[in-house]
Design a protein around this ligand. Structure first.
Ligand code: NAD
Length: 553
């Protein structure tokens, strides 16, 4: 099989599939592999270490061919990125059901995963890579921005971070949103990235302002920009451990410290220090065991330094890459002394069913997204934060692949908004259908004890019935495609999660599905948190009439 090609989703209204739902799945899969969107499309890698869209090129071709032939009463099954069957179902059923990277719990570790991957039996789907709803760095931008401003409110009592200094690591697929999110929050943000080409890419995409080569230059620039209170982002080429260590030694304590290198995967994600990037990549190929040990040792040192920053007064938090767990495995017994971002800042939003909702214009016309932006601003005019977000995104976020918008909407708002958009598609105001979806990192769709479900008040962190129920109810409701994955975000053995995507093609069928799926999907987030005993979720369930047979008081 040929392995290099350039994929770009078709635009416009000419269909190459039998219906818009199949066409949407095809375009979204292709969009995940668009070189503007994917981190390494030649290897089918979309983001998050080795998060892939399809198992191999042969599977990719067969998925496309299957989608082109798929009827409105059929369902295509995908097993870890490979199309394995098409069955007769019905019009209201999902057109595609996806199960990626799932392993029986006693076997669910990277070692076993890589054995299977070598034998071409499995792929790593991350969250939105294998479920075809990745929208580039924008997909995490608003969440990162919200995380920074919530951290700001906690420490300084303000969401305005002007004059404040954030230190972090990683400028890849998702981590590449950090520089822009920090700048949007008003801060000066320094991002350590070992791979110069990643920083250059983010500068070209408008996500980062400056690139520097040395710690001295970085410090000088941070100080100047802080002094001027100028919101800005800097990428410094280097390994986190080396740069952080030097800052610490010089007594430079940032206001906030976090990290988003691919620490969830110590073999194909995190880069050890003490060698050049090129040598690290060679070592990975030549002697994977030594590579893994060195990566884990570096992770341990990285976390020790983060803990030292915390001791020195910085607000330190884990940003969803499981760095603490690998450090703990390497003997850093107090690795969990700094919290994860969900319990620290985001959980109250989850309690209201809010999370990283997004939509994509299948037309490829940015004008369609501008019209949906206007609708969101009109419908949610009372929500100052949301209106500001849309205005900032319009100014600062460049389109990547098919035009898209991320917007954290909650229960009630998601389906009301989608219904209006469906009407706009029906009336021709929008030039083609819109795809609605979300990250698996949402309020009721993930069990991940070191991340989304860390420190649940009832101790139910590791209960993974919830994402399974989420996928089942979204299937029953007739989402366009539904996915169940394992290991996303934090790596093998640490998470289970589900996704759904719904196509608004202007039909009554789509409206009916919106009324079911976009109610139940955020609804289960409220239920999961109310069941655990969170007051905000209990009140939201009561106020919004979410039916929970055993909800007390
Ligand atoms: P990625 O692999 O595309 O990028 C990670 C970057 O880190 C790469 O550019 C790599 O060169 C760099 N890097 C690795 N080790 C380094 C080191 N020691 N020093 C400096 N740079 C180093 O991955 P991504 O899509 O950006 O995701 C990053 C992490 O965030 C993953 O662990 C992913 O699972 C997690 N994630 C978190 C969230 C969230 O909401 N918090 C969402 C998505 C992904």
């Amino acid at each position: 099989m040929e392995t290099k090609r350039t994929i770009r989703a078709p635009r416009g209204t000419t269909l190459s599939c039998k219906g818009w739902t199949q066409e949407a799945a095809m375009r979204m899969l292709m969009n995940n592999l668009d070189p503007e969107v994917a981190e390494n499309p030649d290897e089918l890698i979309v983001y998050g270490g080795i998060g892939k869209a399809a198992r191999n090129w042969e599977s990719y071709e067969q998925i496309i061919a299957s989608l082109k032939g798929l009827g409105d009463d059929e369902t295509l099954l995908i097993q870890s990125g490979k199309p394995v069957a098409v069955f007769r179902t019905h019009e209201n059923a999902p057109r595609i059901l996806i199960a990626n990277s799932n392993l029986v719990p006693a076997w669910s570790n990277w070692e076993h995963f890589y054995e299977l991957e070598d034998r071409n039996l499995m792929m790593y789907g991350q969250m939105t890579a294998g479920s075809w709803i990745y929208i580039g760095a924008q997909g995490i931008l608003q969440g990162t921005y919200l995380t920074f401003i919530e951290a700001g409110k906690k420490v300084f009592g303000t969401a305005d971070l002007r004059g404040k200094f954030i230190l972090t690591g990683g400028m890849g697929g998702m981590s590449g949103a950090q520089p822009l999110a920090g700048k949007m929050a008003g801060a000066v943000i320094l991002v350590v990235e070992v791979d110069r080409t990643r920083i250059e890419r983010k500068i070209n995409e408008g996500y980062c302002d400056y690139i520097v080569e040395t710690v001295d230059e970085a410090i000088q620039l941070v100080n100047e920009l802080k002094e001027k209170k100028e919101p800005s982002s800097i990428g410094v080429v280097g390994n986190c451990v080396d740069v952080h260590q030097e800052l610490l030694q010089r007594g430079i304590i940032p206001d906030f410290v976090t990290d988003q290198t691919s620490a969830h995967d110590p073999i194909n994600g995190y880069i050890p220090n003490g060698m050049t990037l090129e040598d690290a990549l060679k070592l990975r190929k030549k002697d994977v065991k030594t590579y893994e040990r060195k990566a884990k040792e570096t992770i341990a040192q990285h976390v020790r330094i983060m803990l030292a920053f915390q001791q020195a007064g910085a607000e330190v938090f884990d940003y969803g890459n499981n760095i603490r767990a690998y450090a703990k495995e390497m003997g850093v017994t107090n690795a969990f002394d700094f919290p994860g971002f969900v319990p620290a800042y985001i959980r109250p939003l989850f309690c209201e069913g809010k999370g990283p909702f997004r939509w994509v214009a299948l037309s490829g016309d940015p004008g369609d997204i501008m019209k949906t932006d206007a609708l969101a601003k009109e419908m949610f005019a009372h929500d100052e934060g949301l209106v500001n977000w849309i205005e900032m995104a319009q100014k600062m976020v460049k389109w990547q692949g098919l035009p898209a918008r991320i917007c954290w909407l909650g229960y009630g708002d998601r389906h009301r908004f989608a219904l209006k958009v469906n009407e706009m598609v029906a009336s021709g105001e929008l030039s083609a259908p819109i795809v609605f979806g979300r990250d698996h990192l949402d309020s009721g769709s993930v069990a991940s004890p070191n991340r989304e479900t860390e420190g649940m008040i009832d101790g139910s962190d590791a209960v993974s019935d919830w994402p399974i129920l989420n996928a089942l109810i979204n299937t029953a409701g007739g989402a366009s495609w539904v996915s169940v994955h394992h290991g996303g975000g934090v790596g093998m053995g640490f998470s289970q999660h589900a996704g759904q995507v719904l196509v608004a093609d202007g039909s009554q069928l789509a409206a009916d599905k919106i009324n079911r799926v976009l109610v139940a999907d955020p609804g289960i987030g409220i239920v999961r948190h109310a069941d655990a005993g969170y007051e905000i979720a209990i009140n939201t369930a009561r106020e919004k009439g979410v039916h929970m047979p055993m909800l007390k008081h």
